[in-house]
Every structure is written in C-alpha cells, then in structure tokens.
Design a protein around this ligand. Sequence first.
Ligand code: ATP
Ligand code: MG
Length: 182
Amino acid sequence: MRTIADHIYDIASNSIKAKSSNIHLKIIIQNNKFIFKIQDNGSGINEEILKNIFDPFITSRNKKIRKVGLGLPLLKQNTELTGGYVVIDSKFWEGTYLEAQFLTNSIDMIEIGDIAGTITGLITAEISIDWEIELTSDTTSERLTTIELKNILGDIPLNNIQVIPIIKNIIQDICSTVFENV
Ligand SMILES: Nc1ncnc2c1ncn2[C@@H]1O[C@H](COP(=O)(O)OP(=O)(O)OP(=O)(O)O)[C@@H](O)[C@H]1O
Ligand SMILES: [Mg+2]
C-alpha cells in the first residue's frame, strides 16, 4: 500500500527523470486536506501522451522491463477514493505542473508516511538539481532550498553520507514545526 510520501517520491522521480534542473515541491495540510504540488522545468510531456496520461499503458519506460507506468494512475486512484483529485499540466520542452489533493477525513485516506525521509531522499539523489521545498499548515509556512543548504555545507556535497542524516534532521524539524498536529 502506497503512502502519500511514496506518491510524492514517485511523482518527483518523474521530474528528476525528465532532466529538470529546478523542482519546486509544495506540501499543504489545511482544512482537512492534504495537497502536494510539484512544478518542474524538465522535458515536459507531449500533447498526445498528456491526453491519456492516467492510462497505465502510457510510459516512456523501457518496455522490456515493464510495459505500464503506474505512478500517475495509482495517484489518481488514491486521491479520488478520498474525494480528492489530481491534475497535471505540461508544456513540451518547458516543464510539468502536478497538483494532488486528498481529503484527510475520508475513510479511504491513506497513511501520510515518512515525508522528511522522502524529501531527504529526493534532494540527495541528484545533487545538481535545485530544489525549493515549501511546507504549509493552517498556522505556519516554512521554506527550504538546496541552494541555501549547499551554501551552508560549502565544499561538502549534499549527498555526503555523514551529511544526509543531518539534512534529514533539519527537514524533520521543519515538518514537526509546520505539521505539529499531523
Ligand atoms: N514530470 C514529468 N516530466 C516529463 N514526463 C513525465 C513527467 N511525469 C510523467 N511523465 C511521463 O508520463 C509517463 C507516465 O508516468 P508514470 O509515473 O505514470 O509512469 P512511469 O514513470 O513511466 O512508470 P513508474 O512511475 O511506474 O515507474 C512517464 O513515462 C513519462 O513519459
Ligand atoms: Mg513514474
């Protein structure tokens, strides 16, 4: 069973695979809703594919490994089961925007999962990408960029094995501050 964190990982991995150099991830927990928004500046999706993007047979994966792409269809299913939605908008060669909403008081709401671990995994996976992360709740909002983290770290790379747990702690602290009741 996928958690919301797993879905965020799936969708942001699409942005990484699309050769984005900038990825903006917003997570909002407000008014019984869990919303995440991802904007990238990667390859974009051509119109023909975009029209059928929630069809599991649409994928640019190597077809010898697996014919179908599952990231988007599963996300659509899990949001809609709660009464939420997913929308995607993309311009070929410009980038892609995706927004997913879950209604948290639905009996079909899935577990949120490990948001801090997921964000840490994403931003340390491909360290040439500039990430902007924004977390928002009813009362607070926090923002973190990999450019700021890189400035603090100086010559030490973001994916340095001793640095990764420190980054995870920083992100965990931000998550706890913003989403204290979650
Ligand atoms: N941000 C994006 N930028 C460019 N293309 C995208 C993006 N997101 C999705 N796509 C396109 O949509 C297809 C379907 O995406 P989806 O996540 O459903 O499946 P997948 O990534 O192919 O496989 P899986 O997620 O199961 O590993 C991708 O193969 C890719 O061609
Ligand atoms: Mg995918």
